[in-house]
Ligand binder design. Structure first.
Ligand code: GDP
Length: 285
């Protein structure tokens, strides 16, 4: 009857509350603050003046609107002829993004701690839907930056692996997997490495970290009967093979490396350099 129609009309015209949370991690200088600032500006162009200023010392939680032209995972199987999928008619889809400081000293207490808390949360309000790890693709040629970036990423992936393997949990029910996007930022710089090289560099460096970690464990764990330190090695193959992100798919962790640029070319439309990251987010929704 009429009330039902009114009901439908009402809900179709009102933006639903943001339902998914994404966590943004990465070393300082990667462009996380610039990215959140850009997403905020894109989401509410009218309120640019009231934009909050972000610092790199604390976490910031923002609500973002997905551009109407970005497809979402929940409608990917529907017919492209479905009129409800036409850009202009789709209800605004919103999500939350939490930006965390990437400074070395704050990683364990803020970035990693946030990941642990969001990934173990059962509450929809705080539960994590996806993880974005931002890297500066123009800085990875520098050995120290590569080592620093890879060791942070290693620690992050280890948290996800331990969660996926259900360490310390009696429950047999697996939690939903958390997909990872390595957002290769600063592709506008001509010194930037393409996504494929970024993947190779990070995988190679994580392999080195993994090797030295498992060697350290073997050297330390001489005494038989002592507590096993298994699952501490990323990739879950006793550190024997060569590390690759693909190895993590065995435990349900999918890692994508996608290039982009927060600060694009001047001629390009503002924010177009982050389009492919938004598409990745859209597929998680
Ligand atoms: P954070 O420490 O990860 O939050 O990094 P910031 O957002 O503070 O960015 C660090 C620096 O990189 C700033 O000077 C930004 O203007 C710059 N930056 C961010 N994104 C890009 C990009 O896509 N291209 C270029 N060329 N510079 C960028």
């Amino acid at each position: 009857g009429v009330p039902v129609l009114l009901h439908i009309f009402f809900f179709r015209s009102v933006a639903s509350p943001p339902s998914s949370n994404f966590l943004l991690l990465g070393p300082s200088g990667a462009g996380k603050t610039a990215f959140t600032t850009l997403l905020e500006a894109k989401s509410s162009p009218a309120s640019k003046k009231s934009q909050t200023t972000h610092t790199s010392q604390t976490s910031t939680l923002i609500t973002v609107t997905l551009p109407p032209s970005v497809p979402t995972g929940s409608n990917k199987y529907r017919s492209i002829n479905d009129p409800s999928l036409k850009e202009a008619t789709r209800n605004p889809i919103r999500y939350r993004l939490k930006d965390t400081p990437g400074h070395g000293k704050l990683r364990q207490t803020q970035g990693i701690a946030e990941l642990v808390s969001m990934s173990s949360s059962k509450d929809l309000k705080t539960k994590i839907r996806g993880l974005l790890f931002m890297v500066d693709t123009a800085a990875l040629v520098d050995e120290a930056t590569l080592r620093d970036t890879a060791s942070y990423l290693h620690d992050v992936l280890l948290v996800l692996q331990q969660r996926a393997l259900g360490k310390g949990k009696s429950s047999t029910k697996r939690d939903a997997e958390i997909p990872v996007l390595i957002a290769g930022n600063k592709q506008d710089l001509f010194t930037a490495l393409p996504a494929g090289s970024v993947r190779e560099k990070l995988e190679g460096e994580i392999e080195r970290i993994r090797k030295s970690k498992s060697k350290g464990l073997m050297d330390a764990g001489g005494g038989a009967g002592e507590e096993e330190e298994e699952e501490e090695v990323l990739g879950d193959d006793d550190g024997k093979g060569i590390f690759s992100f693909k190895l993590l798919e065995q435990v349900g962790i999918k890692v994508d490396v996608v290039g982009g640029a927060v600060k694009g070319d001047a001629e390009e439309e503002i924010g177009s350099g982050v389009r492919r990251w938004e598409e990745w987010i859209g597929m998680c929704l």
